[in-house]
Ligand binder design. Structure first.
Ligand SMILES: Nc1ncnc2c1ncn2[C@@H]1O[C@H](COP(=O)(O)OP(=O)(O)OP(=O)(O)O)[C@@H](O)[C@H]1O
Ligand SMILES: [Mg+2]
Length: 258
């Protein structure tokens, strides 16, 4: 792992009237790392990630990317830093095919300024095939595709534009077991390519399968940051529910940097 974090979020604050949605939260993300962002409904997970993706302005704190201070005011700013988001409600255009979704808003043009459909199809075929060699029906409307295929299109859309930092908000919530496994394999593949991933998940199995580290939020606070090897599922549930580790807790496997 490299020494400079891809992302450093420092003392992040977000308020809505009397609700302190994110309260002085700091998290890091290193290249080739999956960090789970956990917590009950309303804990502040999505707000924290929306601040990073430019979907929500912060009220306080600082975000560094590759050690450099950033000003992320909208999703376009975030994308320029290589930050892409895959939302639970996949933001795909149902009536368009996979290539059109991949390039939506960032279309390839010919030198006469018209849409370059052939080039977009060829590029889409390359990236989709890399993610899933069985993905052949790329010219169908995505509305007719399986949940897993739609997820592949959403991930392809993110990585085609050179995402270095991927935010996945409940990526397997709507998927069946084999599709969940496919997305899990894909997550592992992206991580091995050096991409850093923030994974919001309620699924303990996914969390323990995929994450290198976890941060747990409760009522806007960060109540724990741990390497996955040093905690059990019960420890994590205790952090989520009670906001603290069980009494007398000590790290499993000796602990390490968290
Ligand atoms: N746009 C908004 N306007 C007002 N309050 C908001 C807004 N977005 C979030 N909140 C509040 O901020 C708090 C944190 O919400 P957030 O969506 O980050 O929770 P979450 O941890 O993602 O929960 P879930 O697991 O249900 O997705 C909640 O109290 C929520 O009601
Ligand atoms: Mg949420």
């Amino acid at each position: 792992m490299s020494d400079t974090p891809l992302v450093e979020m420092r003392n992040i604050e977000k308020r809505f009237g009397g609700v302190h949605a994110v309260d002085n939260v700091s998290v890091d993300l290193y290249p080739g790392e999956v960090v789970g962002v956990l917590g009950h409904n309303g804990a502040g997970k999505s707000c924290l990630m929306k601040i990073l993706s430019g979907a929500m302005p912060l009220d306080g704190g600082e975000i560094r990317v590759n050690g450099e201070p950033t000003e992320i005011e909208n999703p376009r700013d975030a994308m320029a830093y290589g930050i892409e988001t895959i939302y639970q409600t996949l933001a795909l255009a149902d009536n368009l095919n996979a290539p059109a979704n991949l390039f939506l808003g960032r279309e390839m043009k010919t030198r006469w300024g018209t849409l370059n459909d052939d080039a977009m199809e060829a590029e889409a075929r390359k990236v989709l095939h890399r993610l899933n060699p069985n993905f052949t029906n790329i010219n169908d409307a995505v509305r007719t595709m399986s949940g897993g295929q739609r997820q592949v299109v959403a991930i392809a859309r993110a990585i085609y534009f050179n995402a270095k930092i991927l935010i996945m908000d409940e990526p397997t919530a709507a998927l069946g077991p084999s599709e969940t496994k496919m997305v899990a394999d894909l997550t592992t593949q992206l991580r091995s390519e050096g991409i850093g991933i923030f994974l919001i998940s309620h699924d303990m199995h996914d969390v323990f399968d995929l994450c290198d580290r976890i941060v747990v939020m409760k009522n806007g606070h960060c109540v724990g940051a741990h390497r996955i090897e040093e905690v059990s599922k019960d420890d994590v549930l205790s952090l989520i529910i009670a906001g603290q580790l069980p009494e007398g807790w000590s790290p499993r496997n000796g602990g390490g940097r968290a």
